[in-house]
Design a protein around this ligand. Sequence first.
Ligand code: ZN
Length: 316
Amino acid sequence: MRQISGIHHITAIAGDPRQNLDFYSGLLGLRLVKRTVNFDDPATYHFYFGDREANPGSLLTFFLWHGAQRGRHGAGQATAVSFSIPEDAMGYWRERLNAANVAIDGPQKRFGEETISFHDHDGLRLELVANPDARPGWLEGPVPGEHAIRGIHGVTLSVEALGKTASVLAVALGFRPTKEGGNRVRYEAGSGGAGTVVDVEWAPGLTQGEVAVGTVHHVAWRTPNEAEQREWRRDIAARGLRVTPIIDRKYFRSIYFREPGGVLFEIATDGPGFAVDEPAEELGTRLVLPPWLEPRRRDLETRLPPLDEPQFVRQA
Ligand code: ZN
């Protein structure tokens, strides 16, 4: 049976592009794999961070809304993004974040895995989860390879009631509930484990979130190809959910729909990938534009905030 194989990417909103680049690339050690503009709002940046090859499941992306207001965390949103780190790397990360004056909560055990949480400059909640994860991460960044982030571990969705969101995850998308504790249920897709984890936290009466700086905009699930994406689109529409046409995002093809709890979901194809418009070894080193925006390059470059290379925080 066709089922979602895991998380493709998570897209959040940040304020200052410079701070965002320094935090995610310089401090967390993710590779900046694409420096482009928001195709729907091309006078603003869209950054993609990931592993060496920009594999689906490693990708956290940001719309940069420089100067915009902060949003509010709440119902109808993904309220935390978790990264996967090696099982013995927690001590390294606590020291590294402490040295950068990032306040840490934890460690605590969640479903048997040691977890810490903290926030980026814009208030986005992040977590590091120590667990076995064979994915490569990015070994040539500022974090020594043995400690480097391996990819996305999972995402937490906050909703007022579990039922309808659970039904879309389990019945429509093929996630299976694997763990439960308090008001949190864990779902996993495909082979399970890091990169496939969705925790749903519910709280009746929880205030609705507002999507702006410091919040997650949407969560994208993986599908291998466009043929399956067309089938997903047909199935989702048949369930009475409003789903967009297939949209060309250049590095993947996307459809979007809102689950009944209010969280914006996307289903994105694994291909064609991030090496379609620059060599794999040069990913993220220059501003790339889709062909339809290339004629506006000079104008866009003068309107976008200037950027130099991320400041790497080096530490043994
Ligand atoms: Zn997306």
